[in-house]
Structures are given as structure tokens and as C-alpha cells.
Ligand binder design. Sequence first.
Ligand code: HEC
Length: 154
Amino acid sequence: MNKLVSIAALSLTVAATGNAAAEQLKPEEQILTRQAGYTFMSWNMGKIKANLEGDFSQQQVAAAANAIAGIANSGMGALYGPGTDKDIGDVKTRVKPELFTEQEEVGKVARNFIQAANNMAEVASMAESQDDVKAAFGELGESCKACHDKFRKD
Ligand code: HEC
């Protein structure tokens, strides 16, 4: 419970400062920043995966899950501003145009992802073994993939 409250508080802070900061970011900076966020989540997903395949450190899994949840709740939608739908000079983007038009579907996959990330953080905070986090981790990975399948170019 305490974990959840602190994640919620963290995400509020990040959302509040994140929006103000995003308004000042140029479109190419928004693209680079969202890619950095995804890359950082991916690194943390890799750490969790390694813990599921090798020795299990609850502390490491919980830290990685909290990092992912923090990003998931940070309001990344603000990094998809006008002009970020295509490459800008050397800054390439793989976003599909549908992300800017299919708002209902984007909202659905984004909500599923946030829910899966929060659930993973909650489960990881109490995990005693790999078995305790496997399902939540699988669901989180699926929620990443669901968005990529629809809104990211290969
Ligand atoms: C709501 C949609 C959505 C969700 C959820 C999502 N992604 Fe992505 N992801 C994208 C889009 C769109 C791009 C392409 C961004 C661009 O190039 O501008 C991307 C790009 C990436 C990249 C490449 C970053 C780069 O440097 O080019 C990685 C890695 C990645 N995502 C991992 C993840 C992981 C791991 C998760 C889940 C923990 C996740 N994504 C969840 C939409 C999503």
C-alpha cells in the first residue's frame, strides 16, 4: 500500500513538472526524450528478465519495476506534440501516423500499459520468488507489445 501511494505521488510530481518541461521542448527534443524513456524502460525490463532466469533479487526487481512505473505514469503523451509525427533532420522516429489519429485506441493501450506497470510494481514489492512476479511481468511485456504492434513501425 505504501509503495502504491509513493508511486502515485511520484507520478503526480513527474506529471506536473513533466508537462511544464514538455511545453518547452522542441519537437525533435520530444522525440529524443520519449525514445530515451522507452530505452530506459527496456533496460529495466531486461534486468527483471535476468532475475527471472537467474538468481532472484527482490530488491532489484522492485527497483526496476518502480522505475518502469514511474515512467509509465509520467504523462509521456506530452512528448507526442505537433510536429513529432515524422523525422526531423537527423532525428528519426518510428511512430505510426495512427498514434495521432486513433485517440480512443491509443488511450486504451496506454491505460492497459499503465495498469500493468503499476501492478508489476505492486507485485514486485511483495515478491518472495520468481513465481510471484512471472505473470505480472508477462502482462507488462504484452502491454508494451500491444502498443508497438499498432503504433510503432518495424
Ligand atoms: C502507448 C504506446 C507504447 C507503449 C505502451 C510502449 N511503447 Fe515502446 N514505443 C512506442 C513508440 C510509438 C515508439 C517509437 C518512438 C519514436 O521513435 O518516436 C516506441 C519505441 C520503443 C523503443 C525504441 C526506442 C528508441 O530509442 O528508438 C523501445 C526500446 C521501446 N519502445 C520499448 C518499450 C517497452 C519496454 C515498453 C513497455 C515497458 C514500451 N516500449 C511501451 C510506443 C509504446
